[in-house]
Design a binder for this molecule. Structure first.
Ligand SMILES: Cc1cc2nc3c(=O)[nH]c(=O)nc-3n(C[C@H](O)[C@H](O)[C@H](O)COP(=O)(O)OP(=O)(O)OC[C@H]3O[C@@H](n4cnc5c(N)ncnc54)[C@H](O)[C@@H]3O)c2cc1C
Length: 422
């Protein structure tokens, strides 16, 4: 779920001088104690022929690409393996601190049922809702303010055939990435727009679409238009409010606030943060909680692998191994399984002797067996979970097949209701 990727920065002299970028990349290469990834260097961009004539050279450096949705999911799966109780679509509506424990009330947003749990500590990691949870769930004043900044992406058929991600500098001092996506597409993003309202209702605006298209069209020979957008998505960054004037200037750093009164259970709240630093943030969170849990062990996450990540060969080799065991899968599905599930693909296919054991074909390359696996092991409750959160099949499947998956999930979940207590 994390891949090394070379990023190329086309140089436009009227924006930033080359010496400044070179110094920046020198520091980037050396401060980060780069071990495995290749270093940065200058590149001739004329050769590729994909850029407009005024873009002649650029810089290349290493970074990584991550499947954010699956990264989050795999951490949740790892927590479950270690004994956590996981409840999807369940919202903590209130929490009361009494008799040395948190008494937490939870609402199942699908069934409408409420249930409760007790805990020795509470972590408010509600992201964009961290402050709202203080207001509504705890009815207390939040120790910090949060600034919500919307970011949107568009997905279009691939703009170029190169294996590089491009980082486009814009005259408003912002950058926009054009990243190769799932063999067939390019992701273009992101934007920075201050956001007010319910983060659940966030969506891309016409201005953001126009902005992203304009930045791409200023650089590439191939021009894109609104009609080519196959998907767009938006998110809200929960940033620590440092009273900066512009959304892109607000710090991307995080702050943890521990609140604890004698005889009461502690509350740890997380303001801000990035995916890149999530493991470090989690370690800091545990350091804050350690005094309340004397038997807690030391740090261990650095060398632990996430579920499905226990392999030492390339993912191409792993796909070949899977295809060798299950030749009827076809290389496309074998690759998709490996990219999504890693070695857990073998768990999905456990006891499968022939294609007929996979159940009905619900869409191209989608067997009922995969949906069963997703319901059983990856907390799937809705068709959107399958199409956009666990996989990106939504980009490929026609409406009729999406409906077939929806119907299948509904039928399966009716006979498989989880008990709330116990
Ligand atoms: C457009 C965009 C681009 C980004 N790009 C990058 C990037 O390139 N690199 C990077 O490192 N980071 C990036 N980020 C930041 C990264 O996505 C966030 O830092 C990260 O998602 C924050 O994680 P979180 O767990 O704190 O919050 P979230 O991911 O928002 O998770 C909070 C969760 O809490 C749940 N929740 C809320 N209230 C309750 C409640 N009462 N009860 C139960 N659950 C609740 C929500 O449903 C949600 O699932 C980007 C963010 C955006 C929006």
């Amino acid at each position: 779920i994390v891949k090394a990727l070379r990023f190329r920065l086309p140089h436009r002299p009227f924006l930033r001088p080359a010496w400044m970028i070179r110094i920046g990349l020198f520091l980037y290469d050396h401060i980060g104690k780069r071990v495995t990834l290749p270093s940065s260097h200058m590149v001739n961009l004329r050769k590729s022929g994909i850029f407009k004539k005024d873009i002649k050279k650029g810089f290349e450096y290493s970074d990584c690409w991550a499947d954010d949705a699956r990264l989050v999911l795999m951490n949740i799966m790892a927590a479950k393996q270690k004994g956590a109780e996981v409840r999807n679509y369940c919202r903590v509506v209130s929490a009361e601190n009494k008799e040395g424990l948190w008494h937490v009330t939870i609402l199942n947003e699908i069934t409408g049922e409420r249930f409760s749990r007790k805990s020795k500590a509470l972590v408010n990691a509600a992201g964009p809702w961290v402050k709202q949870f203080f207001d509504d769930g705890l009815q207390e004043v939040s120790p910090r303010n949060i600034c919500l900044v919307k970011g949107s992406h568009i997905v279009v058929p691939k703009i170029h055939d190169e294996e590089y991600a491009y980082i486009l500098q814009n005259s408003d001092d912002r950058i926009v990435f054009v990243i190769p996506y799932l063999d067939d597409f390019s992701i273009v993003g992101t934007t920075d727009v201050k956001f007010k309202g319910d983060p659940r209702r966030v969506e891309i605006s016409t201005e953001e679409v126009d902005y992203l298209i304009e930045v791409v069209n200023e650089h590439f020979v191939k021009q894109i238009s609104k009609d080519e957008i196959v998907w767009s998505y938006s998110g809200v960054r929960p940033l620590c409010d440092d009273e900066s004037d512009s959304p892109q200037a607000i710090t991307r750093d995080y702050t943890l606030e521990l609140q604890h009164e004698s005889g009461k259970a502690p509350l740890l709240s997380i303001f801000g943060g990035k995916l890149t630093t999530y493991r470090k943030l989690a370690e800091t969170a545990m350091t804050h909680l350690a005094p309340f849990f004397p038997s807690l062990g030391g740090k261990w996450t650095m060398h632990d692998v996430l579920p499905g990540g226990d392999f030492n060969c390339s993912r191409e080799q792993l796909a070949k191994n899977l295809l060798h065991n299950y030749p009827w899968l076809g290389i496309k599905t074998a690759k998709r399984y490996i990219n999504q599930y890693g070695t857990r693909a073998w768990m999905l296919l456990e006891d499968v002797l022939s294609e007929s054991d996979m159940g009905n074909v619900l869409g191209e390359g989608v067997y009922a067996r995969e949906i069963d696996y997703l319901i059983k092991h990856e907390f799937v409750k809705t068709v959107e979970d399958v199409l956009w959160r666990r996989t990106k099949l939504g980009l490929y499947l026609i409406e009729e097949h999406q409906q077939a998956i929806d119907k299948y999930i509904q039928t399966k979940l009716l006979v498989n209701i989880e008990p709330l207590n116990g």
